[in-house]
Design a protein. Structure first.
Length: 303
């Protein structure tokens, strides 16, 4: 898209590494905002699925009046889905790593990305120490956490997590890059769970324990949070949307770092062991067997 009127703090070239739910959403919002985007996904079948998800999301956004025709064209034309980080060009404005919440995997990916020397290198981690990851990220002064929220196209919020070596300049630039897509930001320090994951996971684990103990049905536990406390979505549905495997990994990490109050209940462990992972598997605490449900209900709402 044209650079007319673009400020130095506005990103024009963005790479997202990892074609999962979060990566797809981040690529989408930056393309809609007018950036050229490279989305790295090594799995060929997933690359096909990602393109279908993006197409449905853009069509739904247009139908809802949230996107213009030009923005829909940008989703199709400005997002290149590629197989390898080797195909990324150096010197991009922003690279966001969105691979699974696995320390060794993230370190490996960040090490490969560091040589590209982007203006900002970010991780979308919701729990892993920024300091630990920064040792694999090259210039740690321009590395930080940019924790987007799912669904990225609906939730106008990014938690910026400052590592001990993140510079003031990098933090300000990351804030500008997030706000460029219409997001509101907060800044958290590099402590286990940051700000949002501690609040979110604690609520999720207690809701799962309540279901496990027979306090109420999943439907009614969620209804209580939505109606009585005005949460936009209940904690059990949110677990399904995020992914029960992701919830389990974060709960295990936080329980080690912060204590038993974050420990995953046996019900969550059992569901993950059975492959009931939520939206992405079609079943979690609720039935999501209509594969198009999530995209059709949420795409483009806040774009």
């Amino acid at each position: 898209m044209a650079d007319a009127g673009r400020k130095p703090s506005d990103p024009s070239s963005v790479a997202v590494v990892g074609g999962g739910t979060m990566g797809v959403g981040i690529a989408y919002v930056y393309a809609v905002a007018g950036c050229t985007v490279r989305l790295v996904e090594p799995n060929e079948a997933r690359r096909t699925t990602v393109r279908e998800i993006l197409g449905r999301a853009a069509a739904d956004g247009l139908a809802r009046g949230k996107l213009t025709n030009a923005q829909v064209r940008s989703v199709h034309s400005e997002i290149a889905i590629i197989a390898s980080t080797d195909d990324l060009e150096p010197g991009m404005d922003l690279i966001v790593e969105t691979v699974s919440e696995n320390l060794a995997l993230k370190q490996s990916v960040l090490s490969r990305l560091s040589g590209l020397e982007p203006r900002i290198l970010a991780t979308n981690t919701s729990s892993i120490s920024i300091d630990k990851l920064s040792h694999s990220a090259g210039d740690a002064s321009r590395f930080l956490g940019m924790h987007f929220f799912n669904p990225v196209w609906s939730l106008p919020f990014v938690e910026l997590v400052r590592g001990p070596r993140t510079s003031d300049e990098a933090l300000a630039l990351a804030r500008a890059f997030a706000q460029f897509t219409g997001k509101t930001t907060i800044v958290s320090q590099d402590v286990p769970g940051f700000a949002t994951s501690r609040l979110d996971v604690l609520s999720a684990m207690e809701a799962i324990r309540m279901l496990e103990d027979g306090v109420a049905s999943a439907e009614d536990i969620d209804k209580a949070m939505v109606v009585a406390f005005r949460h936009p979505v209940g904690p059990l549905r949110l677990c399904d949307i995020v992914g029960l495997d992701v919830r389990l990994d974060i709960g295990l990490y936080l329980s080690t770092a912060l204590g038993e109050r974050f420990a995953p209940p046996q019900l969550l462990r059992d569901k993950v062991a059975r492959g009931e992972l939520g939206v992405k598997s079609g079943r979690g605490f609720f039935d999501w067997s209509d594969a198009g449900y999530f995209v059709s209900q949420n795409a483009g709402k806040a774009s």
